[in-house]
Design a protein around this ligand. Structure first.
Ligand SMILES: Nc1nc2c(c(=O)[nH]1)N[C@H]1C(S)=C(S)[C@@H](COP(=O)(O)O)O[C@H]1N2
Ligand SMILES: [Mo]
Length: 299
């Protein structure tokens, strides 16, 4: 996993014979993009008491969460994504909200952080690869964006597209068997669900690039790949859209992709998961434990 460096450097007092400065040099760092003071003043946002913590789980240490990422635009080695992602320029940034809406809008970096009320929520995050984390995310409800743009009656799905900038993303240059840019989608009802967050920050500050700066989504009852990072387009459409991973391997990655311990991946069981913070193997929960919020969407 390559987490050895972090654990060594992060753990407790450093032995007297070790040059502390040298160790600091080697330590993976956490960089957050440098946005305006107005934006930075939004952090940390107030935590929503309904999602203040996750019962029976420990918060994943930030050092681990920030250096173990899936973001194929920056390669397939999860321990290198944080470093490779530093080449992505996220200021300026725009998100075009378009398609079947009465009020289309293009959000700039200020709008992303200032237009809708930000809050913090502790969420479980379950990757389809059977590992998980628990992290405090900052963001606004996708529902607030829906209220603003006013989807038309005919809009049934929301489609999200990430950036396409091969010059800034080594994975888009080298992983040529993928259908870039990354794209995902939700039904309108899923997008309007209380849980669905447009994620602008993590651990009380702006998203580091590896977590999807400046804006990504969080749908914590679904596998992590539905939570598309670094979005540039949000489009409201009538027909169910294709998605990046379904296009890649349809039998393994369906449109809905709700966390379900009883439905194995073609290559492994989904009954348990490894918490990458504690390294414990724990049972996977139906809807990742969020059934009370979302089960009615699927009845
Ligand atoms: N654009 C884009 N978004 C993405 C991915 C990706 O490769 N590209 N990977 C997904 C997967 S598989 C997971 S598990 C999460 C990881 O989010 P994190 O690195 O912030 O924990 O991002 C998701 N969003
Ligand atoms: Mo994932």
């Amino acid at each position: 996993m390559g987490l050895g460096t972090i654990a060594t450097v992060g753990a407790g007092p450093i032995a007297a014979c070790v040059d502390e400065e040298d160790l600091k040099e080697d330590k993976p760092k956490i960089f957050t993009p440098d946005y305006s003071d107005d934006i930075e003043d939004q952090y940390p946002a107030e935590r929503n008491p309904a999602f203040a913590d996750v019962p029976d789980r420990e918060v994943t240490p930030e050092d681990i969460a920030a250096h173990y990422n899936n973001f194929y635009e920056f390669g397939t080695d999860k321990t290198k994504v944080w470093e490779n992602a530093q080449t992505l320029v996220t200021d300026p940034w725009t998100v075009k909200v378009t398609g079947l809406v009465h009020n289309p809008i293009t959000l700039d970096l200020d709008d992303i952080h200032l237009k809708f009320p930000l809050e913090e929520r502790m969420y479980r995050h379950r990757c389809v690869e059977a590992w998980s984390m628990v992290m405090p995310w900052t963001g606004f409800r996708m529902r607030d964006l829906l209220d603003f743009v006013q989807p038309m009656q005919s809009a049934k799905y929301v489609r999200f597209v990430s950036f396409f900038r091969p010059s800034e993303a080594v994975g888009q240059r080298e992983l040529t068997n993928y259908d870039w840019p990354y794209y995902e989608a939700l039904t309108i009802r899923e997008a309007a669900n209380e849980l669905t967050l447009m994620g602008t920050g993590i651990f009380g500050h702006i998203n580091p690039t590896q977590h999807g700066a400046p804006i990504r989504i969080h749908t914590p009852w679904k596998y992590g790949y539905k939570s598309i990072k670094s979005i540039v387009t949000i489009e409201f459409v009538e027909e169910q859209p294709e998605t990046f991973w379904h296009h890649q391997w349809a039998e393994a990655y369906d449109f809905v992709s709700n966390v379900d311990p009883s439905k194995p991946h073609p290559n492994w069981s989904q009954a348990t998961e490894r918490d990458i913070g504690t390294d414990e193997e724990i049972p996977t929960l139906k809807y990742n434990g969020y059934g009370e919020w979302v089960a009615d969407l699927y009845e």
